[in-house]
Design a protein around this ligand. Sequence first.
Ligand code: SF4
Ligand code: SF4
Ligand code: FES
Length: 234
Amino acid sequence: MNKMVTITVDGARIETPEGMNVLEAALEAGICIPNLCYIPSVTPLGACRVCIVEVVQNGRSKMTASCTLEAKEGMVIRAHSEDIIRARRNIVELLLAEAPNSRAIQDLAARVGVTRVRYPMRNNSCVLCGRCVRVCDEIWQSKSLGFVGRGRNRHVALPFNKRPEFCKRCNACIDLCPMTITPCPGPMKEPAVCGLCGSQLSMAEDTPDTCVWCELGRGFQCARWQLKGVLNTT
Ligand code: SF4
Ligand code: SF4
Ligand code: FES
């Protein structure tokens, strides 16, 4: 078993196994750090930067993604300082400009308080979060998807642009993609009351009866899952 270390996040002392990433440690302790490309139990990629935090050391601070930051003894983290809130809003604003029609990103934007988009709208079909690639590789051991190209040409592709034989047809790549993810349908398949992952509505402290704590929400770290017992939000 890993040695336990103590870190401080927004003033709260958290005991966590050494080496666990700071995002996971904070979420497990009930401190909600918004995130997008992170998937529990899958190697973090640090692609979206939404989970950005400040690491404070010797009176100075450095901003970094918390999902790729390993917890070390005595680490002091600010996850909701004014600078971080501003930087995170800017990151989400850029994501929204890239994918203004993504429900997941719209909800994330509402949640972190983005009220306008100052960047040119692009309407991309992919924000390069790598959720599909990693879930395919690590959960389904399929490697049916991968990144190809560089810079603005970088995108996710199938080998030879054809679904390979070894694709398990699990649809996890679609279910976990922020461009296609849909709100939880609610238990009666009626319009969702709570499943608007990360929306203002789902910030209500009481979980509506209609929330079924769906696995889709857990996989995507929807606001309900993240806020289970948590009041510290952006
Ligand atoms: S449907 Fe195929 S490509 Fe998509 S995650 Fe499953 S195995 Fe991978
Ligand atoms: S296709 Fe979807 S899940 Fe895959 S990298 Fe692009 S936005 Fe992320
Ligand atoms: S969730 Fe950490 S960089 Fe995307």
